[in-house]
Design a protein. Structure first.
Ligand code: SAM
Length: 286
């Protein structure tokens, strides 16, 4: 057993757990799991399995279930333990709690009520994917899971189109091909990486243009857990006369707004800037 029992102050301890390989847990996380008065988990079976792997006995300690669907009912009990001065350790099913996982309301209420709220940091698929994607990491936006219906997904992608940062999405293997295709249409054919089964036996990183990745996953749908990382909009590597030529052609077939959307998307350029150019061209041609 790697864990040691330590004296914990009363309070709420968020504990990050592995996203694949069980030994990716930190020694401090093990100590907290071995020592907390009360344990709570999104999935109590996964928590028991993890504790078994690392030789941590639950003993007489309570292990409560706390997830998105029972949070409002389960929170008062956890708050009561905090009020009694107990140490409560919470882990989500995998990775860092609150990152596309439960824990936000619990964290908020416990801190608003003045209890110690702290974290044993560890794995998260966001950081692991960014480390491996081969795309800039100076600034990134975590966009979570996109909506599953096409119209809502397109709007959500449009909302991040002009963000000057690398985009990170969580996605299900079933939807990844159509999500990549929608990203190519809305964002332009940017460089991207699909990071699959991170830290597990079949870990795989595929890099390429969004349209290439979409085509290859459409042909062979993937299995497992997936993070999609997409480069930010291009820094105007296209010259202005090319953009104008494309706009003129598009304006012959569609409205100013649609033409600027299409050309901005194709070149990965900010929509507003291309729209201004389209308006000016449209005026000149009148
Ligand atoms: N809390 C977790 C974290 O810190 O990354 C995320 C939980 S969220 C419910 C699950 C999603 O995270 C998966 O659908 C996938 O998009 C991503 N994910 C989790 N583990 C992963 C892994 N090993 N490889 C790739 N993606 C993973």
């Amino acid at each position: 057993m790697n864990a040691k029992t330590v004296k914990l102050d009363g309070g709420l301890y968020f504990v990050a757990t592995p996203i694949g390989t069980a030994r990716d847990i930190t020694l401090r996380a093990l100590d907290i799991l071995a020592s907390a008065d009360v344990l709570a988990a999104e999935d109590t079976r996964s928590m028991r399995r993890l504790m078994d792997i690392h030789g941590i006995a639950l003993g007489e300690r309570p292990l409560l279930s706390y997830h998105d669907h029972n949070g409002a009912r389960a929170r008062p009990k956890l708050m009561q333990y905090l009020a009694e001065g107990r140490s409560v350790a919470y882990a989500s099913e995998a990775g860092t709690p609150l990152i596309a996982d439960p824990g936000y309301d619990l964290s908020k209420q416990a801190s608003e009520e003045g209890y110690l709220v702290t974290s044993a940091p560890g794995p998260t698929a966001i950081a692991t994917a960014l480390t491996l994607a081969g795309l800039p990491t100076d600034k990134f936006l975590f966009a979570g899971f996109l909506p599953s219906t096409k119209a809502a997904r397109i709007s959500a992608i449009e909302a991040v189109r002009e963000v000057p940062a690398t985009l990170v999405f969580y996605e299900s293997p079933k939807r990844v091909a159509s999500m990549l295709q929608d990203c190519a249409t809305v964002l332009g054919d940017r460089p991207a990486a699909v990071c699959r089964e991170l830290t597990k036996k079949f870990e795989e990183i595929r890099r390429g243009k969004l349209s290439e990745l979409a085509a290859s996953f459409k042909e062979r749908p993937p299995k497992g857990e997936i993070v999609v990382v997409v480069d930010r909009a291009g820094q105007s590597v296209v010259n202005t006369s090319d953009i104008k030529a494309d706009l003129r052609e598009a304006l012959g077939k569609m409205s100013v707004r649609d033409a600027s959307d299409a050309v901005a998307g194709a070149h990965g350029l900010p929509r507003r800037k291309v729209y201004q150019m389209a308006l000016a061209l449209d005026r000149d041609d009148d």
